[in-house]
Design a protein around this ligand. Structure first.
Ligand SMILES: C[S@@+](CC[C@H](N)C(=O)[O-])C[C@H]1O[C@@H](n2cnc3c(N)ncnc32)[C@H](O)[C@@H]1O
Length: 187
């Protein structure tokens, strides 16, 4: 990973400190919780909000981020892969998170199906997303184009909660955050 990418990542984690603390509360890492963070990058945010989980796995398609994550954060398990094809069995996790990554997923319905499949029976999904009004502008998109996948599709909280309900999730709700919003649901 380039120095620029690392600086962008550090700045982004600092900017989202309040939301990351809130994510930790929503994950509620009671004893034995197994967490999967989909599109977790190098795990810079994950290591903060996943404190207290028994097992933490980051799934990330960008090979360089996976290598950097493994180097910097040996307590987290990093796997290379996409949300649309999660390389874990049914019910492998008690919590699934995806933090400012859902808008990058090209097949969001399939990604939700996969995230639901790997959740245990009473497992919880916690998404953190940006509404369309906060979607990055053309300059940032151009910069981001070489940092990760160019595809981006943003939704507001109502649209995203509707997608989760359509995907079979229950107890779906959304909450406002500081720099974006959360959607929480049960498998
Ligand atoms: C803005 S970064 C967020 C990284 C991290 N979650 C964080 O909060 O710092 C979005 C991440 O989503 C990943 N991503 C893109 N397409 C994906 C897909 N189909 N499945 C899983 N992750 C994906 C990118 O490689 C990138 O690391």
């Amino acid at each position: 990973m380039s120095v620029l990418s690392r600086m962008v990542e550090r700045r982004s984690v600092r900017k989202r400190a309040a939301d990351i603390a809130h994510l930790h509360e929503l994950i509620a890492p009671v004893s034995g919780v197994r967490l999967l963070d989909v599109g977790g990058g190098t795990g810079a945010a994950t290591q903060r909000f996943a404190t207290g989980c028994a097992e933490v796995v980051v799934l990330e398609p960008d090979r360089k981020k996976v290598a950097e994550g493994r180097r910097l954060r040996p307590s987290i398990r990093f796997e290379e892969g996409q949300a649309e094809e999660i390389p874990f069995p049914v019910g492998a996790f008690d919590r699934v998170t995806s933090v400012v990554a859902f808008h990058h997923m090209e097949n969001q319905e399939r990604a939700l199906e996969e995230m639901r499949r790997v959740l245990s029976d009473s497992g919880r999904i916690v998404l953190f997303e940006l509404p369309p009004s906060r979607a990055p502008g053309p300059l940032f998109r151009w910069i981001a184009g070489y940092r990760h996948a160019g595809h981006m599709a943003f939704h507001g909280p109502d649209e995203l909660t509707a997608k989760l309900r359509a995907g079979g999730f229950t107890n779906v709700s959304s909450l406002a955050g500081d720099t974006g919003y959360f959607v929480v649901a049960t498998r």
